[in-house]
Design a protein around this ligand. Structure first.
Ligand code: IYR
Length: 230
């Protein structure tokens, strides 16, 4: 069995650009400076965003590593005003239950209080694009069978990280929005039962008067542990 599996393993040479470490560190610092300027945005302008920007961002996401290289993601993009409005109406209905209907547990409510969020999701009408990342729990194969996928959350999470990075590098803003629950996205986008909505990304330029919560990133000393400690 192992021998049979190995027969499918085909390798090709891999020799990426080699750069001196000084240049590598400089590039790393530049990337970090750029990444550190990213903020999640909830106040967008109506300034149009070309389709090519969406293509580039999804192509970047599509380079993500994935469990067994199963690439278990589908990104669905819309700039259709009536679809965006349907999404807004459905998301606000769910969020009204959360915020005003008492569905959010107190601890959760406290955790998000500093963000100042509420059930108003009007940005979903304003943004030029909404992209929803769907996770493929399994994938229909050409022979009609269903292939189970592995490490789906990890794989789609990494793809979404690359997607966010690509948008930011193009000067675009987004929000990792997870209207809760978001099953309504299955119907609106007519997705197969093998998929689950993962993250909804409103995409556009920040509004001129855009404000974001005054948050600090935790220091590297809390994010990074060097072992053993010297
Ligand atoms: N889904 C709600 C609540 C919410 C939850 C988390 I976790 C946040 O980081 C922010 C908001 C909403 O979108 O408002």
């Amino acid at each position: 069995m192992i021998a049979t599996l190995c027969q499918h393993r085909i390798v090709i040479p891999y020799s990426p650009e080699q750069i001196p470490i000084d240049l590598g560190l400089e590039r790393g610092r530049e990337l970090l400076t750029a990444l550190d300027q990213r903020r999640s945005v909830r106040m967008f302008s109506e300034q149009p965003v070309p389709w090519e920007a969406i293509e580039i961002a999804v192509a970047a996401a599509n380079t993500a590593p994935s469990g067994a290289h199963q690439q278990p993601w589908t990104f669905v993009a819309t700039n259709d005003p009536s679809t965006k409005h349907k999404i807004r109406v459905a998301a606000e209905a769910e969020e009204r239950e959360n915020y005003e209907g008492g569905r959010l547990p107190d601890a959760w409510r406290e955790a998000i209080a500093p963000l100042g969020t509420n059930s108003d999701k009007s940005y979903l009408d304003v943004v030029p694009w909404i992209v929803v990342a769907f996770a493929q729990k399994s994938t229909p194969m050409p022979d009609g069978t269903l292939r189970k996928n592995y490490y789906v959350n990890e794989s789609v999470g990494i793809a979404c990280g690359l997607f966010i990075n690509a948008l930011h590098s193009m000067g675009l803003a987004t929000l990792t929005h997870t209207p809760n629950p978001m099953g309504f996205l299955m119907e609106i986008f007519q997705r197969p039962a093998t998929e689950r909505p993962y993250i909804l990304f409103p995409i556009g330029y920040p509004a001129e008067n855009c404000e974001v919560p005054d948050l600090q990133r935790k220091p590297l000393s809390e994010a990074l542990v060097r072992f053993p400690v010297d």
